[in-house]
Ligand binder design. Structure first.
Ligand code: CP
Length: 303
């Protein structure tokens, strides 16, 4: 039995295989419509979500399976004090696979130690979000046709943005990748991630200026400032609108830039960008359903 807690648990070959399957699902959805017939997915979401939870549920339905779960800790017995370990032990008797989101870093890992079925980390605090990273990789693959030789800009809240941490971990394995880390000083990428990049001799620069960075980028990964992870509201209000991508800034970018955002968006991408051919974030959200279908099949051992 295998869970997915961190993107680094997947080999490059496994990621490639998931992408191949996801693309085949897009091309031939009917072929997959009964692959998980009789199987159940439990979505245990202790923290708010739109895309991740609903795309997991849509993924399981499109595979012919069924779904059960809760969408907030308030309407589960966590509100009465039940531990993650006990909840998961119980729910793993009701479902064949579990997707879990939790505000505490490491909660899905703890869950995987007590579960009788595979656990998928659907986001744990400011730590990791491996299925978002698979979504991002499928989007980059479909947009660029490659993972090598790319300048990847990550912009916004690089401190608390778990999608950023997972994406750097995944992209760092490919050849000739340069990361441009664009953030205010208070929201820089954690030093443990920079140490890993240093150890692997991967090029990166840190800057506060999106305007200066944008001309060299192949990918621009915008992120929201993560209000829910701040200890004080004043800091959030001061930092929340540091970066707003608009047409004026985009005019300096390459014609084939791909703009990604894990969403939800607050203010960081002006809506005037949405119809620009370089905006990929709504397709990216849709890609999340296909790659999650591929992942569910893989972890359930469905051919
Ligand atoms: N990208 C993402 O995780 O979105 P949700 O919080 O809506 O699931």
């Amino acid at each position: 039995m295998r869970s997915l807690i961190d993107i680094k648990e997947l080999t490059t070959q496994e990621i490639d295989e998931l992408i191949v399957v996801a693309k085949d699902i897009i091309a031939n959805p009917a072929k997959y419509s009964e692959k998980c017939k009789g199987k159940k997915l439990a979505t245990l979401f202790y923290e708010a979500s739109t895309r991740t939870r609903l795309s997991f549920e849509a993924a399981m339905y499109e595979l012919g399976g069924n779904v059960l779960g809760f969408a907030s800790s308030d309407n589960s017995s966590a509100s009465k004090g039940e531990s993650v370990a006990d909840t998961v032990r119980v729910c793993s008797g009701y479902a064949d696979i579990i997707a879990m989101r939790h505000p505490k870093e490491g909660a899905p890992l703890v869950a995987s130690m007590h579960s009788l079925v595979p656990i998928i980390n659907a986001g744990d605090g400011g730590h990791n979000h491996p299925t978002q990273t698979l979504t991002d990789l499928l989007t980059i693959n479909r947009e660029k046709g490659r993972f090598d030789n790319l300048v990847v800009g990550l912009c916004g809240d690089l401190k608390f943005g778990r999608t950023v941490h997972s994406l750097i971990g995944a992209m760092a394995r490919y050849n000739n990748i340069k990361f441009v880390l664009i953030s205010p000083d208070e929201l820089k990428v954690p030093s443990y991630i920079k140490q890993e990049l240093d150890k692997s001799n991967i090029e990166y620069v840190e800057t506060r200026s999106l305007e200066e960075a944008i001309p060299e980028l192949d990918i621009l990964y915008m992120t929201r400032v993560q209000r829910e992870r701040f200890f004080n509201e004043e800091d959030y209000l001061r930092l929340k609108d540091t970066y707003i991508l608009n047409m004026s800034k985009l005019s300096k970018a390459k014609d084939d830039l791909s703009i990604l955002h894990p969403l939800p968006r607050v203010n960081e991408i002006s809506v005037e960008i949405d119809n620009d051919p370089r905006a990929c974030y709504f397709e990216q959200a849709l890609n999340g359903k296909y790659i999650r279908m591929a992942l569910i099949m893989k972890l359930l051992g469905v051919e």
